[in-house]
Write a protein of this length. Structure first.
Length: 299
């Protein structure tokens, strides 16, 4: 597999967003407020740069509104994901949210007029099996089909819609202009939600404020500038499935910094998940018919 600039950007973006769950687990601030300040500080850092460097170009009204819609979709994804975590387990919320590659594949077929390759569907099945192995099969015996379950599924759907819409917008708008508009929309939208829910906007420790800035720089600006660049130059289906690998990286980081246990089953699941992602980047189409014929001949 040739490592191109978009693929390097995707790898870098995944590494950056993988840090976010570790920072959230420190519990220095409520999840929703953490998401709001992540967006707010990111736009405060990005806006002066794009204006002073004259890198911001206001797109036509249609694409400006679509970029703002991407910001609302991304913020909504973060909001419902946090609610799902608060009302259930982080494992359940994370697993159901990671169904997004399935929705992206279906959405690409109907809305982008791009038929997902056979490799994508095979890779999706393999990766989801790896994700299931990673969290443990016994986990499914404890699933609660309640509001939190629905919100976690909704988070995955919102995330997939975001990727599909952003793919469309990024075909006409440069990354910095897109990020500026979407971040403004995300900040305003999450600010309204936090105010409506009476979330505390002040009273955090110095470590808490430092955490907000760290999330804005690493988890938002570095991560999503890189991922947006990758989305601009790669298939949305490949990007969405590749983002599943953050679960593996987060598990390793949690083992290093939070002393969380990594079992042999988790290692096995992680390997399967990464193998599934690798399948989608295989240039030659995998023929299921050829595989079955080969099995019959060998028998």
């Amino acid at each position: 597999m040739k490592i191109t600039k978009p693929r390097l950007a995707l790898i870098g973006g995944i590494l950056c967003i993988s840090i976010f769950p570790i920072l959230v687990k420190l519990k220095l601030a409520p999840g929703l407020i953490s998401a709001f300040y992540r967006m707010a500080f990111a736009i405060l850092l990005l806006l002066p740069y794009v204006l002073l460097s004259k890198n911001f170009k206001l797109p036509p009204l249609k694409f400006t509104l679509l970029a703002a819609l991407c910001g609302v979709l991304f913020a909504s994804d973060v909001a419902v994901w946090n609610i799902a975590i608060q009302d259930s387990s982080a494992t359940q919320a994370s697993l159901l949210t990671n169904l997004s590659p399935l929705w992206v594949g279906i959405g690409s077929f109907f809305f982008l007029k791009v038929r997902p390759t056979t490799n994508f569907w095979i890779g999706t099945v393999v990766s989801l099996f790896g994700m299931i192995t990673l969290v443990g099969f016994s986990f499914f015996l404890e699933l609660n089909f309640n509001q939190a379950f629905l919100f976690a599924v909704l988070s995955g759907i919102l995330y997939s819609i975001y990727l599909l819409v952003s793919k469309n917008v990024l075909s006409q708008v440069d990354v910095l202009s897109f990020m500026t508009i979407s971040l403004l929309a995300s900040t305003v939208y999450l600010g309204i939600i936090c105010y409506a829910l009476n979330e505390p906007l002040t009273g955090f420790s110095n470590a808490g404020w430092f955490l907000f800035v760290l999330q804005a720089v690493i988890c938002q600006l570095c991560a999503w500038l890189s991922i947006s660049y990758a989305t601009q130059h790669m298939r949305a289906t490949r990007v969405s499935l590749s983002l599943l690998s953050q679960a593996v990286i987060t598990a390793v980081l949690a083992w290093l910094f939070l002393e969380e246990q990594i079992t042999l089953q988790m290692v096995f699941g992680g390997i399967i998940l990464l193998f599934g992602i690798r399948i989608t980047f295989y240039d030659k189409t995998i023929s299921l018919k050829r595989i079955f014929l080969r099995i019959r001949i060998e028998k």
